[in-house]
Design a protein around this ligand. Structure first.
Ligand code: UDP
Length: 350
């Protein structure tokens, strides 16, 4: 069936599309979480031939300052297609299209990000399309939502996005490159996974109201599929993490304490934000006399920059002196003047 506007046949006699898909079939989607080491959160997404990388930074201070909102944080995004992402080299830098998309996407994301939890700050989302094949704004938004979750940004849900359209007089899901170019209409869409709230809806081309409604319904259904893929990717990434950090799956709590030494391995991202167990003062109750320099608390290694605030390995100040010799300054620090608080948190200046 050739498109009335062109000679390009987008749907064959069997009702299949150029890439062999059925009319209501999505292209294959693959999502990988946490792919960038230096971003607070990140995601790599392949959607058909689209390839998108998203890095999230923040919350961090807003510059310029007049953009700060004392009541809530803001979400900013930059959507960019790299020069080699399309068949004809794209001129680097922003253009009208990328400016439009860079405005739409954070507006959608602000519906799910709990911005009141981080006033005066910004969360910056960088969306880099390294290979484009239609539907990149939806792919970018889908990936951005996952990357925000990876960054630990408080959100009420994920946003799932997909586009549908009309080609050769038929309504189809998830337009490919040729379909986008030679088709008659395109309807990008995004919704909040659980509630179904629509947070992005655009239309390019001509459709009747009935057609539009059918496409909306098609988008809704497909967005749920995308939503499941997003959740699965996050689960896949984090199922191996415990409260303490990256999984040492077979190390039960107790054992972990004993083998502190091993712990020096590589602590995972966020997980350990709460000041753990500087409690259990053990013998700290009695008026400190010849303090027990025994605190086995070993010199806290500056594992991860984040951790430096917490007392981490202060765990069990118990009087087991079997541990390594304690450096002088630690001995001093360890003398709990506050009777039952145990040693002060390392570096805890507040
Ligand atoms: N495109 C391109 N050059 C451009 C902009 C877009 O080749 O400067 C291609 C690219 O593959 C993109 C497709 O056209 O995915 C459709 O672009 P559209 O503006 O509809 O946005 P999208 O569908 O990617 O969200």
């Amino acid at each position: 069936m050739s498109d009335p506007y062109t000679d390009v046949q987008l749907i064959d006699k069997k009702g299949l599309r150029l890439d062999g898909r059925k009319l209501d079939e999505l292209r294959p989607i693959k999502i990988e979480v946490g792919v960038l080491k230096r971003a607070d959160g990140s995601c790599y997404l392949e959607w058909g031939e689209n390839k998108v990388i998203v890095g999230v930074y923040g919350p961090r201070e807003v510059h310029p300052r007049h953009m700060q909102n004392p009541m809530r944080g803001i979400v900013q995004a930059r959507y960019n297609m790299v020069s080699f992402s399309v068949s004809e080299r794209k001129r680097p830098g922003p253009d009208r299209r990328s400016t439009e998309i860079s405005k739409l996407l954070p507006e959608a994301l602000e519906h799910v990000v709990l911005t009141d939890r981080f006033p005066r700050t910004t969360v910056d989302v960088y969306i880099e399309v390294v290979q484009a094949s239609a539907g990149t704004r939806c792919a970018g938004l889908t990936a951005a939502s996952v990357a925000l979750a990876d960054a630990g940004i408080p959100m009420r849900d994920l946003i799932a996005s997909v586009a549908s359209g009309k080609i050769g007089g038929k309504l189809v899901l998830d337009l490919g490159q040729a379909e986008d170019t030679y088709g008659q209409a395109d309807v990008p869409f995004a919704m909040v996974g659980r509630t179904g709230e629509v947070v992005l809806l655009q239309m390019d081309g001509h459709l009747t109201i009935e057609e539009f409604e059918t496409l909306l319904e098609m988008n809704r259904k497909a967005a749920l599929e995308v939503y499941e893929i997003q959740k699965a990717a996050l689960k896949d990434r984090y199922s191996s993490f415990t409260e303490e950090g990256e999984a040492e799956p077979d190390a039960p709590e107790e054992e972990k304490k004993d083998e502190k030494k091993e712990k020096k391995s590589s602590p995972p991202p966020k997980a350990d934000k709460e000041p753990k167990e500087p409690k259990e003062p053990k013998e700290s109750k009695e008026p400190k006399e010849p303090k027990e320099p025994k605190e086995p608390k070993e010199p806290k290694e500056p594992k991860e920059p984040k951790e430096s605030k917490e007392p981490k390995e202060v765990k069990e100040p118990k009087a087991k002196d079997e541990k390594a010799p304690v450096p002088e300054e630690m001995v001093e620090e360890a003398t709990p003047e506050k009777d039952d608080k145990g040693p002060a948190p390392a570096g805890g200046d507040e």
